[in-house]
Design a protein around this ligand. Sequence first.
Ligand code: NAP
Length: 496
Amino acid sequence: MAGSGAFVELLEEDVYKYYFDGEWRKSASGKSVSIINPTTRKPQYKVQACTQEEVNKIMESSKIAQKAWAKTPLWKRAELLHRAAVLLKEHKNPIAECLVKEIAKPAKDAVTEVVRSGDLVSYCAEEGVRILGEGKFLVSDSFPGNDRNKLCLTSKIPLGIVLAIPPFNYPVNLAVSKIAPALIAGNSVVLKPPTQGAVAALHMVHCFHLAGFPKGLISCVTGKGSEIGDFLTMHPGVNCISFTGGDTGIAISKKAGMVPLQMELGGKDACIILEDADIDLAAANVVKGGFSYSGQRCTAVKVVLVMESVADALVEKVKAKVAKMTVGPPEENCDITPVVTESSANYIEGLVMDAKQKGATFCQEYKREGNLIWPLLLDHVRPDMRLAWEEPFGPVLPVIRITTVEEGVHHCNASNFGLQGCIFTRDINKAMMISDAMETGTVQINSAPARGPDHFPFQGLRDSGIGSQGITNSISMMTKVKSTVINLPTPSYTMG
Ligand code: NAP
């Protein structure tokens, strides 16, 4: 159970501690932040509201730990990561329990998130020893006017302290996708988990603690992002920010100093369905892509752009599948569970009411109880409706009927987001042409958008992000190149 057994030292009275210098501690603030269970809408857990002074101390110890860690052999870093991966999987149930109670993730999916995170950590350790074990050797005579008297050796070195800020929807997976690459590359990590999901993240951090990482190398600061976030992101001790979330990331990018940024932000992933598509396949993916975890995924299908000639058939098939979805508590593994907060539910409702007022066709009756919103497909959505452009992050899916492929591509490219998109067609040539025309970080052909597998490159254009994730890209992003040039007194060429 969460907060007991191997995790008992995380909890004092009813407040979870934060993690600093290899120990679980109470904040000197004497204040805590409540985490509301989205299903019961009652306080479930409490975490420490850390102070700025505590952040300063964390940065100091993190810097010291990082210097020693950078001198730790790669194979040893990998060994500890493999140990953490095993511990994560071993403790999947208590961590998953937190995900169910803090973010209403269906129980089975919560376990999957933890196991997938363990796999990610292991893969990262393996990838790290390979790619960080290699550098470059350059000779000067390949550039005009030079003789071979300079030999350049390049290697990848750590950045220093990586500030990791994940969002509520994958507080474990999107935390380890930052922590593991940072550590294998020789950095230290300061994690600021999302408030909803903080207790799951603290349990995950404890697995790294149990694995035996050196003191101070990993720290976890809790508190509301709105209160402690700016102090963290603008802290002079931070050498890299890896953030996943919404528009907050745009504000952070504007405020952050001269540090590398990895920003994974929102999305309005378009699903373009052509006349020759396998409509059963498209419908199955629209449902899976649009409604999994109640639509609270960055790569959820967030707008369907379907050719008018096949729109009726698609809508009928999607409606039939939506009718079979179960709606209720995450403990019962329902398909649709309560959205994360009451304010999210209010926001979603605002989008639905706007579409209603402007004449969208409701394929189901709109129904809401507390944070629980029943799945809703809205047909005949037009570009003047907010739902055509905004990210509901809930189980509400707009369908826009199009008469030309260009219309669909134009809608996709006119969005301020550019995360992923997908195309359904049986014609691979057409799919390639449309993929090239879509201005998004990734295009899926004949499947819904997805972030995984976790070693694939993952990036967003425009307001969807800066840089590219995926294990290999994250490791590279969390390093800088160092060159050492050997200057020979006379040119020398390798003979034979
Ligand atoms: P969010 O509100 O932007 O919060 C993300 C994180 O930022 C949380 O840990 C939050 O902490 C923290 N935060 C808040 N204010 C901050 C500040 N001033 N400085 C620093 N950190 C601050 O996003 P969310 O609601 O958790 O997640 C949903 C959004 O994430 C959606 O837009 C979704 O599309 C996006 N997302 C993108 C990806 C991707 O890979 N592109 C993946 C998943 C989700 P608190 O919780 O304490 O406020």
